[in-house]
Design a protein. Sequence first.
Length: 365
Amino acid sequence: MPGDHSPFSSSYAQARRKFLEAADAAGLRVETRPHPLPGLEGEPLAMDVARDGPPDAARLLILSSACHGVEGFCGSGVQVAALRDTAWRRRAADAGIAVLYVHALNPYGFSHIGRTTHENVDLNRNFHDFSQALPVNAAYREVHPLLVPPDWPPSQENEQAIARYLAEHGERAYQAAVSGGQYEYADGLFYGGRAPAWSNLAVREVLRTHGRRAGRIAWIDVHTGLGPSGVGERIFAGRDDAACLARARAWWGGPQGKGITSIYDGTSTSALLTGLMFTSIYDECPQAEYTGMALEYGTVPVMETFQALRAEQWLRRHPEVPREKADAIRKQVLAAFYTDTDAWREQVLGQAREALEQAADGLAA
Ligand SMILES: [Zn+2]
């Protein structure tokens, strides 16, 4: 694990301290939204927000971490590195851009080394109008009983049943069934919830506070766990809208625009999803021209990621297991969403820095 000088951390508490210290060193005030529950080591949890730039800036760039809890080990490092980067801060300021750092969208999952919120909600499936009918994921119904078996590690019988499903339907269909999001099984995987999660309400408040005076808003939300190791896939995060996608392609897509992938046309390693967090910007900041992406860094093969998430869910159902076994599962989950090598961290920071600069250029144009 990295040391104190690294922007990366080995716990939520350390990550939060580094974020607060970096904001303080940059002369920024931090707004804290306390979370109702304690962290894994009993520490307080919060969504912390630092704004670098005037409150009435016409252009706003949001950089957020830990939408999926444990993925914050990566995203927090990106944020701390940016806050410590005086050249980056000057560049954004010179372009008239305020940068909003939202640290730990889902602090509970970050601290407890899990992907979901304390409500067991996948925050990036939770942004629905809950007065309307929720999407039905029929394929999930079939795999749900297999995903979280009574024993962990799973029995041979269970592993064979999953292998049969994979052989019959293929890995892509399995991924879509599992990760597409579901609203029926509160104790299942990729559960989108039946009401807005704490983090959903908190981030909406942040957007209302900081986003209503900006004419143009860009949002980079850092994720991990999909795609080739160390490669930051730039996944378009906006409505299925040609103008918005064209902007994202021009800013982040490289010479041919192919550097941006989309869940709408099958170019992304991600399945087609609904209830995504970016939809909140249309609700809360309707005046703004919005452009956004998820920066999704690869770690391990997706089947390993799913195995870790199955273990995470099993642990949630069995809080009584010995500490040693729980720690081993948390270690497995962390390894699926964060690669603890200098090479991986350097790849992460280099690509993030490039994406930030491109966003600043795009917003300023
Ligand atoms: Zn994620």
